[in-house]
Design a protein around this ligand. Structure first.
Ligand SMILES: Nc1ncnc2c1ncn2[C@@H]1O[C@H](COP(=O)(O)OP(=O)(O)OP(=O)(O)O)[C@@H](O)[C@H]1O
Length: 254
């Protein structure tokens, strides 16, 4: 039986007085990669924030079989890493220090980084090809370079679950392909990956897809399944079509 990393039931979430998520339930399998896709404004980022415990909600969310709200903050921060959309970070910090922030849940209050912390930061920066920038300040980097450093910060947590909102923003095609490689390595080591993606051809590489529209899930299924492809085409008003090409699925505009 597949273990479930995140189980959410009857989720409602509002921003101001407006309800954005309407009765959303889902189960995300452990050690698998699920992509959340759908049109602009569908509620994808809002859902990801709820799953990360960053937004108040009604309903229940369980992370690794424990209620999210009853998981102590530090334990939650060790179990779940987060890469947000357009994340702010102090531009005057060095890249090394930014990535070291990912180790905070592992460190005692005001303690110096341990060898394990330094090794995790080095590994994360090398896997995102950011190692050479470690002494530069974040503010000196381009948008794509900055995104790779923030990805490294999330990787440095070495959490069992990694949530990423538009992780490919600003990445050029080779670094998008590298990101895919990073995700595959994480999956091999049993990490659960959840990503909100607009790049549908990249999302089609994931194991499962969760399709959203207007604050609801319209479909959840295997990314390779014909029913998922039909649901994808429908949610984008049949302005894309899904085709096999060179052993992959690709979404073409119509
Ligand atoms: N701070 C806010 N105040 C009011 N409404 C908001 C706020 N943030 C988001 N919304 C609204 O909530 C809805 C869902 O937004 P969300 O960012 O979750 O969508 P999304 O599917 O991630 O969209 P996109 O693909 O454009 O990033 C949208 O209609 C948006 O306008």
């Amino acid at each position: 039986m597949t273990s479930i990393a995140i189980n959410a039931s009857a989720i409602r979430a509002s921003i101001g007085n407006v309800e954005i998520l309407h009765d959303v339930s889902l189960a995300l399998p452990q050690g698998r990669w699920t992509s959340i896709v759908g049109p602009n404004g569908a509620g994808k980022s809002t859902l990801l924030k709820v799953l990360a415990g960053l937004l108040p909600y009604q309903g229940s969310v369980e992370l690794l079989n424990q209620s999210l709200t009853r998981t102590p903050a530090r334990l939650r921060a060790k179990r779940l890493a987060w890469l947000g959309q357009n994340e702010s970070a102090a531009d005057d910090l060095t890249v090394w220090d930014v990535v070291m922030l990912g180790r905070l849940p592992h460190q005692a209050w005001l303690a110096a980084p341990s060898d394990a912390d330094r090794a995790a930061v080095e590994l994360a920066l090398k896997s995102t090809q950011g190692w050479d920038w470690r002494a530069r300040s974040l503010g000196q980097l381009s948008g794509g370079e900055r995104q790779r450093v923030l990805l490294a910060r999330a990787l440095a947590v070495q959490a069992q679950v990694l949530l990423m909102d538009e992780p490919l923003a600003n990445l050029d095609p080779p670094h998008q392909a590298d990101w895919l490689g990073v995700v595959r390595c994480l999956l091999e080591s049993g990490v659960t990956v959840v990503s909100v993606l607009h790049e549908i051809s990249m999302a089609l590489h994931s194991d499962e897809m969760l399709i959203m529209a207007a604050g609801r899930i319209t479909h959840q299924g295997l990314s390779a399944a014909p029913a998922t492809h039909r649901a994808l085409e429908a949610v984008f008003d049949h302005r894309i079509t899904i085709h096999p090409l060179a052993g992959q699925w690709v979404a073409l505009p119509k």
